[in-house]
Design a protein around this ligand. Sequence first.
Ligand SMILES: [Zn+2]
Length: 118
Amino acid sequence: MAIQTLNGSCHCGAIAYTAEVDPDKAMTCNCSLCSKLGAVWAFGPKATFKLGKGEGRLGDYQFNKHVLHHRFCPSCGIESYAEGKGPDGSEMVGINLRCVDGVDVAKLSPKQVDGRSK
Ligand SMILES: [Zn+2]
């Protein structure tokens, strides 16, 4: 696979987006949030991300170093993406691949990132 245009949404559909990420670069993280969330992430440049629905309704959760804005739906509670600055300072978006159409997360082999000890 390669970079794909993916459609994602929260459970109730109040938040919907398209993003361009490579599902083969999927990762999971063992930090305190990701452990509880269970997300499988794929990151890409924010410039390729388009929020179709949900502007003005997005929840925003931050913790630890407040690098990422975890975007959840206030209605259904699902965090379908996160956004923030990458290590090089560029604007990035992290897509929760469990929230996009057409990606079978069970068939991916996500890289396991040690976010817990950072
Ligand atoms: Zn929702």
